[in-house]
Design a protein around this ligand. Structure first.
Ligand code: B3K
Ligand code: ZN
Length: 858
């Protein structure tokens, strides 16, 4: 195993490039032969040796121009193919053999569920043929696929189909040509038998684009929403960013075996079927939301990622941060803007802040990497999107769009860096962004402290702001960052709002002519990804929650209240009672919900474990869980009549997925979640909703309400659900997850049973995640058990999974890495688990990189 670390500072431009890549695949599940004809060109005349990347390839033959090379004329190791080169331009013909069926890592070309599928980002192409497998080598691809017609009627690759013919031996040959030069990570190949759902789209310049969705046989009807979402994405990108699609066909294939959500291969997106196939009876509103947002995300990559790509993998946020920003803006325009922002902020405050505080801390542009797949992180993606959002805040929509135009004008067809992007923003706006660039280099979560000082004589309010970023595992020293701080001053004499751009460690913001009651609401809409420490009292926070015009500010003030109350609950041994003013606020929301019902449902929610946990350096697991339990009990008891009335008022909703229906369902099901705590009397309500539900959102809401309230109806309903849905694996995944989140020791036997379920498969990432991600992330009580059983279960799982699929195992290990954040007993147990992993011979680079970092400062 290589175990070598690559550094951004070692970047060297490529010495050779590949002008054209002509690939022929003779497909066979276990013996696929790939013939690659590469036209190479030497860029650095000093170089006399060419080195191509390769992994797990069997070389059959190698030609230099027309000459077959003998084994002693090149050097072929498991990672590389090296040969001496004398000419400036030459052709290599490389024949390799691969075994797609044995490829359970699902990286490169793999065979699963009767189809061939590929995943090349980040470095999977080298598992297909020897190549310059790096994003700054752009080549024009032509791909010929030959396969058995009966089994694989559809043979797909990037670009336009230029040839299709039947061969004599029952095989078909199809040839694709992609006119846009692209790096190898955007290559894709799919072969199989599918249902095909077709649509079309007329671009604003009048070109017709064929939209083809390939999905599992019999599932075609479930792709209609995704097809529509694609059309909405195409329209939106034209209207908001002025960007139009560039090929004649846009294909989406949905497959069951996939390591992540989806992949933006040029003209041929591959999706996890979970993010394409939805219908009201099988998918929840959240599933619908995710389909639309991921369809949008992959589509938006066509410009931000494909037309302009990354110079090297350290620049990943160039395409991911920007494309997440774009998909968030798209979702915001499609649904409740406030709730969308709340959800995005929650990802930052839980998962991203946790990553910053972990041994895996890294800036949005990492400086060193062992396994690139480990850096498709919430930091690179979501914090990356926050950095783009800050640029948008500083420059405004018009300035930002001017920057985007200049970026494409300068760099269309190129592989560039994050600096190139910021430079385009800077030059288009004549705005000095030199200090801002630190966001790309510095990891960690800044803490912004605000102290108020009021002088009654002068009617002057002074805010003293201080920013400080604590050392992270990867970087000891931190400097001051540029923080755009949006604020609103709530004052009887009228509200003022504005933007304050903080640059130094300490700055002051002065408001004149304001009353003693004036209340500054800082960091509105989470205008910078920081932790805000303020000195508000409970009363003031509740005032913001009731009076602020901005829905996000109201929600955020309530979040701060919950932290105060958790603190009090912990100090009062759970004798703590939530204040009357809080109940009044909830009462009002239940009686008179806001127009935005989804926001009302968010306001009525007690934060989850992870939200509370992220506010502690050392996480008091048990205290948090028992406080959450007590808060929920108090709400359900004290507000029973209001909850019931609100539930009943909103119980009839049309099934269709749209903003209004989604909001009503969210509100109704929030009430149900509290009502389920009423034990036996709630049973009728629960069964009634379950049995009359016309959609999966309402059905699943009953199951999860039963789960949260440990309601005895849970097991009966789960059985009923399993019988109803045993044929549909995507629905069954929800059932797996609910079982794995069960907050009692029974969960261990249950998980053993789940793994023996006929539909469970260790090879399928969705199944594995449904069980074990749910267990490790949604079952904190059992995962963090003091007897170590939870950690042990996860470790056993990782040891079994790592040889099968390292990408999935390296993702699942995350909760064990942060052992330093727990009490000493748990620390010892978690470290023991990590040692078991690191002692395992042959552990993957993926897992090794994370485990070794976690154990580095033991
Ligand atoms: N670019 C892909 C992610 C590839 C992950 C490689 N391990 C999906 C996306 O961000 O759109
Ligand atoms: Zn992406």
């Amino acid at each position: 195993m290589s175990r070598s670390v690559k550094r951004l500072s070692d970047y060297q431009p490529p010495g050779f490039t590949i002008d054209s890549t002509d690939l022929t695949f003779e497909l066979d599940a276990t013996h696929t032969v790939v013939t690659a004809v590469l036209e190479l060109r030497r860029l650095d005349p000093q170089l006399t040796e060419l080195s191509l990347d390769g992994q797990q390839l069997q070389l059959l033959s190698l030609h230099y121009n027309d000459k077959l090379l003998a084994a002693n004329e090149f050097d072929c190791t498991s990672q590389q193919l090296r040969l001496k080169v004398t000419e400036d331009t030459f052709r290599l013909t490389i024949r390799t053999q691969i075994n797609p069926l044995a490829n359970t890592a699902l990286e490169g070309l793999y065979y699963a569920n009767g189809s061939f599928c590929s995943q090349c980002e980040a470095e999977g192409f080298r598992r297909i043929t020897y190549y310059l497998d790096r994003p700054d080598v752009l080549s024009v691809f032509r791909t010929t696929i030959i396969a058995d017609t009966a089994h694989y009627p559809y043979l797909l690759s990037n670009g336009n189909k230029v040839e299709q013919r039947k061969l004599d031996n029952g095989q078909t040959l199809v040839c694709w040509q992609d006119p846009f030069p692209k790096p190898s990570y955007l290559f894709a190949l799919v072969a199989g038998d599918f249902d095909l759902l077709r649509g079309d789209y007329q671009t604003r310049s009048g070109r017709m684009v064929a939209l083809d969705f390939f999905v599992e046989k019999g599932q075609g009807g479930k792709a209609a929403f995704a097809l529509d979402a694609l059309k909405r994405s195409m329209r939106w990108d034209e209207q908001r960013f002025g960007l139009e699609y560039d090929l004649d066909t846009y294909m989406v294939v949905a497959v069951d075996f996939f390591n992540m959500g989806a992949m933006e291969n040029k003209g041929l997106n591959v999706f996890n079927s979970k993010y394409v196939l939805v219908s009201e009876d099988t998918a929840t509103d959240t599933d619908f939301f995710n389909v639309e947002s991921i369809i949008g995300h992959e589509y938006f990559h066509n410009w931000t990622g494909n037309r302009v790509t990354c110079r090297d993998w350290f620049q990943l946020s160039l395409k991911e941060g920007l494309t997440v920003f774009r998909d968030q803006e798209f979702s915001r325009d499609m649904g409740s803007a406030t709730v969308n922002r709340i959800h995005a902020v929650q990802v930052i405050r839980t998962a991203q802040f946790a990553e910053d505080a972990s041994p895996m801390a890294h800036p949005i542009r990492p400086q060193q990497v062992m396994e690139m797949n480990n850096f498709y992180t919430v930091t690179v993606y979501d914090k990356g999107a926050e950095v783009i959002r800050m640029l948008h805040t500083l420059l405004g929509e018009a300035g930002f769009q001017a920057g985007m135009r200049l970026y494409f004008e300068r760099h269309d067809g190129q592989a560039v860096t994050c600096d190139d992007f910021v430079q385009a923003m800077q030059d288009a706006n004549h705005y000095d962004l030199s200090a801002f660039r630190l966001w790309y280099q510095q990891s960690g979560t800044p803490e912004l402290t605000m102290q108020r000082h009021y002088e009654p004589q002068q009617q002057r309010l002074t805010l003293r702001l201080n920013q400080r970023t604590a050392a992270t595992a990867d970087q000891p020293d931190k400097a001051a960052l540029v923080l755009p701080v949006r604020y609103q001053l709530l004052d009887e004499s009228g509200n003022k709002s504005g933007l304050f751009v903080m640059q130094e460690h300490n700055e002051t913001l002065v408001f004149d002519g304001v009353s003693a009651q004036a209340l500054p609401v800082m960091l509105e809409d989470f205008s910078a990804p920081v932790r805000l420490k303020h000195d508000y009292s409970e009363q003031e926070l509740l005032r913001i929650a009731m009076e602020a015009s901005n829905g996000f500010a109201r929600w955020d003030a309530l979040q701060s209240c919950w932290m105060l109350w958790l603190d009090q609950a912990m100090h009062q041994n759970n004798d703590f009672r939530l204040p009357d003013a809080f109940f009044e606020l909830y009462q009002q929301l239940l009686k008179l919900p806001l127009d935005d019902k989804a926001l009302t449902a968010e306001l009525l929610k007690v934060p989850e474990y992870h939200v509370f946990a992220e506010n502690f350096q050392q996480i008091p697991v048990d205290a948090i869980l028992s406080a959450i339990h007590s808060f929920r009990q108090q709400i359900s008891q004290r507000l029973a009549p209001e909850l019931k009335a609100c539930y009943q008022q909103h119980s009839v909703v049309a099934v269709e997925y749209n903003e209004m229906n989604v909001g009503i369902r969210a509100l109704k099901n929030r009430c149900l979640d509290y009502l389920a705590l009423h034990g036996q009397p709630a049973e009728t309500l629960l069964l009634q909703q379950y049995n009359s539900a016309s959609n999966m959102t309402d059905k699943l809401a009953v199951l999860s309400a039963c789960l949260h309230s440990a309601h005895p109806a849970f097991f009966g309903l789960m059985q009923q659900f399993a019988t109803e849905w045993q044929h549909d694996v995507l629905v069954l995944d929800k059932w797996f997850s609910l079982h794995a989140a069960q907050p009692s020791a029974q969960v261990f036997e249950q998980i053993t049973l789940l793994c023996q379920h006929p539909k469970f498969s260790w090879q399928n990432p969705n199944r594995v995640r449904a069980v074990f991600h749910a267990f490790a992330m949604q079952n904190p009580g059992q995962f963090h058990r003091m007897d170590g059983r939870g950690y042990q279960l996860l470790t056993d799982t990782l040891l079994k999974l790592d040889p099968i699929n390292p990408q999935v195992s390296a993702r699942l290990v995350t909760p064990l890495l942060s052992w330093q954040r727990f009490d000493l007993e748990r620390q010892a147990l978690m470290k023991a688990a990590l040692h078991r992993l690191s002692a395992q011979p042959g552990i993957s680079d993926d897992l090794y990189e994370k485990v070794s970092k976690a154990l580095a400062n033991e």
